[in-house]
Write a new protein. Structure first.
Length: 470
């Protein structure tokens, strides 16, 4: 939509309010709401002022004045507001320079797309993330100086086979046995369908929905691929819709990478391809029908994988999922069809348009704007420098002998290690001022001080089991 079309749409829908949303540094939507009479076409150029000093990871009170510039292309009816409300997503600008704020994730993603076009390599980067999630019936958690615990529950959960549910009707999902069962074992079919239909009402094309591998309500709803910034917008809307649909059913959704011990975690396998003039650039006559462009893109992602981890797997909980030998790929290798490799080339379709690379290590705790932009920049660095990805690994990497496994680079094993890798390897991100040095330094500092260090300093409940009697 143009600004005029967005305002006409709001008028037709009887909107009384406009909800302006933007993404904070860590990847969560923030918002404020204004009456419809405060919005006119000029706002789409001049923006709306707000105080950015309390937004996580942004600059302090001495540089707190910010502008949000609504993007009319994102205008939809908010599906959860009681009163007719236009929802619109905006970019953050510095009010002095009128440039995209360097720590605004959406502005970073826009700069990544602009940089790609400036190289002449491609004019479109398509992204297709597969977000997994859990739908729980209850969650409680607390941590203090004298206690630390969490409690989650699901009517589907294996651990509830003996619970008195008045009556318990069985049909619980066994650990690691939740992939594609039909009801009544899958008790969340209708909720996922409601989520799917609402996503489509809001303009997101959905390809399928299904139960995922884990017990206790793990699910997946797959979006059709689209260009980078638009897809990052859709990820934000996807999370908003899923959480709010669950809420109105008295349930709760989490995108934590590893909320349960002993069962599959939550991934965000991310399919990627480059196009130019409407033609796919990843199809060719090389391995798995890949072009040299695709192989060099893979080489860039593999080379920078340990640094990418700080943005694609940015939580301490991410590294409960990225454990060598278990469900998530940590070996920085590529392969056709092989899901134990960090990069997979899907083989479902022989069509050149379907040729893509699936990066399997990201998880949905990431900020999609930053993660997608970083992976694109790594791939472009591989193309620019013709980085050789090496030989493909068409074998189960979980079963390799230790001496062979030692030859394959690995993803970092902790958030601390990922941040150290990003500090040492980020020149590929600063090309074209896509990420600034200040943005990278702020990310590393925020994640270390507010997440990695606090978790490292706190005793874990399981440590009492291991060490109390030492």
């Amino acid at each position: 939509m143009t600004p005029k079309e967005a305002l006409k749409f709001a008028e037709q829908k009887g909107c009384k309010l406009v909800d302006v949303k933007f993404c904070d540094f860590l990847g969560q939507w923030q918002h404020f709401t204004v009456p419809m009479h405060e919005i006119d076409e000029a706002i789409f150029a001049e923006g709306l002022g707000f105080d950015g000093s309390s937004i996580r990871g942004w600059k302090a009170i001495d540089a707190s004045d910010m502008l949000v510039i609504p993007d009319p292309a994102t205008a939809i009816m908010d599906p959860f507001c009681e009163h007719p409300t236009l929802s619109i997503v905006g970019d953050i600008q510095d009010p002095i320079t009128r440039e995209g704020y360097d720590r605004d994730p959406r502005s970073v993603a826009r700069r990544a797309e602009a940089y790609m076009k400036s190289t002449g390599v491609a004019d479109t980067a398509h992204f297709g993330p597969e977000l997994e999630f859990f739908i729980f019936d209850e969650v409680r958690y607390n941590t203090s100086h004298g206690e630390s615990y969490y409690f989650v529950d699901s009517i589907e959960a294996q651990w509830n086979t003996g619970s008195d549910e008045g009556p318990n009707l069985g049909n619980k999902i066994r650990h690691k046995s939740g992939y594609l069962p039909v009801p009544p074992a899958d008790q969340l079919q209708d909720i996922r369908s409601e989520m799917t239909l609402l996503l489509e009402e809001c303009g997101i094309i959905i390809e399928r929905q299904h139960h995922e591998v884990a017990t206790a309500g793990q699910g997946e709803i797959d979006m059709r691929f689209c260009p980078l910034v638009r897809m990052a917008d859709q990820v934000m809307l996807y999370k908003y819709i899923l959480k709010n649909v669950a809420w109105r059913h008295g349930k709760t959704v989490t995108f934590m990478p590893k909320p349960l011990f002993g069962d599959n975690g939550t991934g965000q396998h991310t399919h990627q391809s480059l196009w130019k003039d409407g033609k796919p650039l990843f199809y060719g006559d090389g391995y798995a029908n890949l072009s040299d462009t695709a192989l060099h893109y893979i080489g860039g992602v593999l080379k920078h994988g340990p640094a990418l981890a700080a943005l694609t797997n940015p939580s301490t909980n991410s590294y409960k999922r990225l454990v060598p030998g278990y469900e998530a790929p940590v070996s920085l290798a590529y392969s056709s069809r092989n899901r134990s490799a960090s990069l997979r080339i899907p083989t479902y379709s022989p069509s050149p348009k379907a040729k893509r690379v699936e990066v399997r290590f990201p998880d949905p705790s990431c900020n999609p704007y930053l993660a997608f932009a970083a992976m694109l920049m790594a791939g472009l660095d591989g193309i620019e420098n013709k980085i050789d990805p090496g030989e493909p690994m068409d074998k189960n990497l979980y079963d390799l002998p230790p001496e062979e496994l030692a030859e394959i680079p690995m993803m970092p094993g902790s958030l601390h290690a990922a941040l150290e890798n990003l500090a040492a390897d980020h020149a590929f991100l600063t090309k074209g001022d896509v990420f600034t040095e200040d943005t990278i330094a702020a990310w590393i500092d925020y994640k270390r001080v507010n997440e990695a260090d606090p978790v490292a300093m706190r005793p874990h409940p399981y440590e009492y089991f291991l060490y109390y009697d030492c």
